[in-house]
Design a protein around this ligand. Sequence first.
Ligand code: HEM
Length: 234
Amino acid sequence: MTPYTLLVSLHILLIVTWLGMDIGLFTSSFWVRNSKLSPETRLAMGRFGGLMDMGPRSSLVLMLGVGILLSYYGGWALGWLPQPVIWLIIALLLVWLWAIWQQYLAVHDASAGHDIGRRVVFMRQFRTFDMYLRLAIAMVMIGLGVASFFNLLGQTYGWLNTKFILFGIILLNGVAIRFVSDDFPIALGEIVRLGSTPEREQRLNRALSRAYPFVLFLWSLIVVLLVLGVTKPF
Ligand code: HEM
């Protein structure tokens, strides 16, 4: 057993926390949409979904960090970067992960009616920053993958270049999910506070059902990345 094989194991474990918890989130959405259930039950399922959502959100950041370490120390890619830069990227990814959890805790506390004080920054400014950060990382990943295919970054492997590009697409897909389901917390909040109306139910349903195709696309991309990692076909 070496640190590298432990990293490979962590890389595989992250698929479970990503895909597994995302399936939990997806399933909980059917309870949230069920207007026959009491608003309290639907709110509780919504909160459960919020917690499940932290699986994919955390796994994405960790998967990127572990993937970068595997690429570098396995000699697969990124060898042109100095080692301190790799560790700086890992440190920044950990700060990003910490901020994502701060955002979750701030939203959770605010919805429970607690004062969130200065953490309000994570509900407003950080949300926008996080979106642009995802877009920027997506562009970098796609750019690295494409540049590698054109042999601009030394010796690389086609399967890993493809993984870089597809991971960029996963990030873009995540931003799209956030856009199309933006109305979801507002609609659920109104149903719980003001009661169910056909208009509110329709708003909630629309926000969730518009996200489903993107979610299924995300799952298939994860499977493709998994198969590419295992088979390393080209
Ligand atoms: C959803 C995202 C991802 C999934 C599901 C995934 C899955 C996998 C799997 C199953 C393996 C095979 C592990 C084994 O040898 O048994 C693997 C290998 C690998 N992955 Fe990923 N991966 C993902 C993202 C990434 C990213 C973003 C990078 C790079 C930044 C990356 C870099 C690597 C490398 C370098 C290996 C080769 C490890 C080795 O065999 O020595 N992966 N991946």
